[in-house]
Design a protein around this ligand. Sequence first.
Ligand SMILES: Nc1ncnc2c1ncn2[C@@H]1O[C@H](COP(=O)(O)OP(=O)(O)OP(=O)(O)O)[C@@H](O)[C@H]1O
Length: 459
Amino acid sequence: MERYLIQKVVGEGSFGRALLVRCKSSQENYVVKEIQLPKNHSKLENWRREAILLSRMKHPNIVAFREALEADDLLCIVMEYCSGGDLLQRIQQQKTTQFWVDDILRWFAQMCAGAQHIHDKRVLHRDLKSKNIFLTDNGTIKLGDFGSACILNSSKAYAHTYVGTPYYVAPEIWDNKPYNNKSDVWSLGCVLYELCTLRHPFQAPSWKSLILKVCRGAYPPLPSHLPYELQYLVKQMFKTNPKDRPSLHSILTSHRVSRLLRAHLPSQALEMQAQGRRPGRWDREEGKKVANFLREKSLMKTSTSEGVELPEAHCESREPGPRKQWAAQPSDTVLQMLANASLVSSDSMTSTSQTLTEAPEASTQRRRWDRDPPEKLLSLLEKAQLSRAFSTFLINTGGEDPLVGPLSQPQGDDPDGPEPEVVLDEDRLQPRSDDEDTDFEEESPCDWMDEVEKMFLDH
Ligand SMILES: Nc1ncnc2c1ncn2[C@@H]1O[C@H](COP(=O)(O)OP(=O)(O)OP(=O)(O)O)[C@@H](O)[C@H]1O
């Protein structure tokens, strides 16, 4: 870190501070995210592998990773500084003045391009929201913060199942289904809706109402002045069955809105997209390089700065295993998971973010979603502050009280103001047969991670 001068603290996240720093040699500004490493150092390899995964994300619409450093108990991830702030701040600045349609299309197209790049690497962001999407000074969109989600998922020290930010969470997550690429699409749909209306699509005065609205896909219609293509896209992105949602690839290439979006995509992002969705292939020689690199260094840099080309990533996963299939009907609910879980917060979660943790597999009971959120879940959530629903949650296993922590705090405010009129589109609840590319889920087998693991064992 001695190569950087700290300018100021940009903010505080769930895992530590974010600092604005200046590189002494290049005089360029960067953001350093400090992540408190777990006490158990045997878990460090997990974090390192996740940093490699971050370094693989090289796209004009993704916050660029520069290097990762370990100092004391901190992992410092040095990344591109987005001086335009995050999209939530930008939306709030608008107050009541709507964005120009061209701005919406330009920003959303870039979000899709960035997120598609992540998906092409077989990685799921899992926490897409306006707060995690940044703007540069020239107005370029950059997806950020996906590193935290990846790191969280694979570290056994933080062995949680990611749930997400309740206001942005797709219905299948409330139903305890695996997170899949379409769950990211749902979250981006929420961001698109926010850009179109300056409001969140699923505003609610209570948890029950929030979960019901999400699970029914019930949101107030978009203003009629917006292009038909955008209205149609939002409707598609809020299909309650992930199979019925378009993938990012189809949004950008074969959807009714594609032409509009591509017309607003900068040439660099278009080129990256045109390069296609070549599936990543594991190369053993490249794998050896990674393994050697990890063994020798506690400091990682991107291939551009360190001259080490990293292998193509296939996916991000915790354990290899058979791929889970999306069932025709939702069956599990989050109820049992919550009943066996306690909600906890990390140090700074009390202020900005909380995390819901995973329930033990064995205790999972099959239940029908049945269009109504489970009563017990709701009675537990009744006690929780709804304002917390804009924060990232994990569920922790264990604990006597299933709702210890932020959700056990008294009922809070209504973050979105008065509830607008809601139109329920029954059409979205109807099953469709086309299993359009819901092509990977959280539990997909991940060969490149396995290979790196084997490399460690080999040496
Ligand atoms: N690359 C970046 N450029 C500019 N600002 C950033 C960048 N990354 C993070 N920030 C800002 O730093 C602050 C802290 O961000 P961080 O991602 O650590 O936490 P968070 O998003 O607030 O919460 P969480 O950890 O729950 O995601 C936020 O205000 C965010 O807007």
